[in-house]
Design a protein around this ligand. Structure first.
Ligand code: HEC
Length: 394
């Protein structure tokens, strides 16, 4: 019995190792993104996210060369309290600090027997002194990146600090209305929702009608139409961008929500119809026939039988379509552009051409996948069932 268990365990070991490695491969960068998004910009610019839990820069040099006299906390000598910004403020640069350390105190070298720190050590110590004296001590973690990304703020310092001193960039009001400023992720999120919700509901609604008729109505050319529809799925989206945008220009739909809704509806429908037809077609024929015998119209059969039974398929379609539209950049860029920026568009704006601002990018990325995560976890029990939708034909 025990040996059986052991061999079983060994047989599954490679699978488990591969699974753990795969998880790590995905989770480590995501964790890095999360940690970075929560760090202050000063820290993001000089050290990697994996250093968050290591001791602050210069603390080891300080402990070696200065703490014997100045104490662990830096406040052991009352005349030279290193936690006092006025004392440390006299030596903002490491060269000034070195020059001071070279001077003698009461005829003795400042450091007595210790050697003078070299340039790099002095620089680190200078950083450390600034930190303990509170001159320049960004907190370890901050929510400022999220606030700045939501507000779309790019200033000398963070949105909150600049608003507190009244030095904010001109077109911001420093109140909740800034969330709707067109350069921020807050507004972009709203736009993305306005694009995504109708673009998810519309194709599934139409596809449900079409799937029902393909499955349970008898009309001429049904097989042919269905085959055509399945075949249509191979048309690449990119190929249709130019013709459709010319058509939209004539209809005045460029730059409107209607334009994207219609486009996503058109491209979402073939697959949705295909999946739902297979799902509805696999329901027992007797069910529908007895309903018709009892005098049910097609409408009753559709609303009372087909739709409730197809819930898993509809839910999985909804997830797929939602994620696809939410993550889409191309269609939104072509038909909405910068006038009505969506999340994906705005994220790409967070980093400037010189690479500045990627602390904002990390926060923006997390904001953008918050909602898909919620949707996914809320609907995931349908997801597994729905993936099998239409897979087994009865
Ligand atoms: C041997 C003891 C000793 C060591 C080691 C030492 N200090 Fe000092 N330090 C002193 C004393 C004593 C004073 C006070 C001098 C005075 O009263 O003017 C002082 C003063 C200072 C001041 C204040 C100068 C001012 O403008 O008043 C700074 C800054 C300082 N030390 C930095 C350092 C740093 C950085 C190190 C480590 C690299 C260090 N000290 C190591 C003894 C020490």
């Amino acid at each position: 019995m025990n040996i059986e268990r052991l061999t079983n365990w060994f047989r599954h070991l490679p699978t488990h190792i591969v699974l753990i490695l795969l998880c790590a491969l995905w989770l480590v960068p995501t964790l890095g993104l999360l940690v970075t998004s929560l760090r202050p910009v000063q820290a993001v610019n000089v050290t990697g996210w994996w250093t968050v839990l290591s001791p602050p820069i210069g603390s080891s040099e300080y402990a070696q060369q200065c703490s014997t006299c100045h104490g662990e906390e830096g406040d052991a000598i009352p005349d030279a309290d290193l936690t006092d910004p006025e004392v440390v403020g006299d030596y903002p640069r490491s060269t000034q600090l070195l020059a001071m350390l070279e001077k003698e105190i009461d005829g003795q070298p400042h450091l007595e027997d210790n050697p003078l720190p070299d340039a790099q050590q002095a620089a680190n110590i200078a950083v450390y002194l600034k930190r303990i004296s509170g001159i320049d001590a960004p907190p370890r973690f901050t929510a400022n990146n999220y606030i700045d990304a939501l507000m779309g703020y790019r200033g000398k310092r963070t949105y909150l600090e600049d608003c507190a001193t009244g030095e904010q960039a001109l077109d911001l009001n420093c109140n909740i209305s800034d969330l709707l400023n067109p350069r921020g992720m807050g507004r972009a999120m709203l736009n993305s929702l306005l694009v995504t919700i109708p673009a998810t509901i519309l194709p599934i609604l139409f596809a449900a009608f079409a799937a029902y008729s393909f499955a349970w109505l008898d009309f001429r050319g049904r097989q042919f139409l269905f085959a055509l529809l399945v075949g249509l799925q191979v048309v690449p989206l990119q190929m249709t961008l130019i013709p459709i945008s010319r058509l939209y220009a004539q209809l005045g739909l460029n730059g409107t929500f209607w334009g994207v809704w219609l486009f996503h509806t058109g491209f979402g429908m073939p697959y949705a119809i295909y999946l739902m037809r297979n799902f509805l077609g696999s329901l027992p024929r007797d069910l529908f026939e007895s309903a018709y015998l009892d005098g049910a119209s097609h409408w009753t059969a559709f609303t009372r039988l087909a739709i409730p039974l197809a819930t898993p398929a509809i839910a999985s379609l909804a997830i797929f379509q939602f994620l696809w539209v939410w993550n889409d950049l191309l269609v939104a860029l072509v038909f909405l552009g910068g006038t009505t920026p969506v999340l994906t568009y705005q994220i790409s704006n967070m980093v400037t051409s010189l690479g500045a601002g990627w602390h904002l990018l990390t926060a923006a990325a997390f904001l953008s996948f918050l909602l898909p995560m919620i949707v996914f976890f809320a609907l995931q029990r349908f997801f597994v069932r729905g993936m099998l939708a239409g897979a087994v034909k009865g």
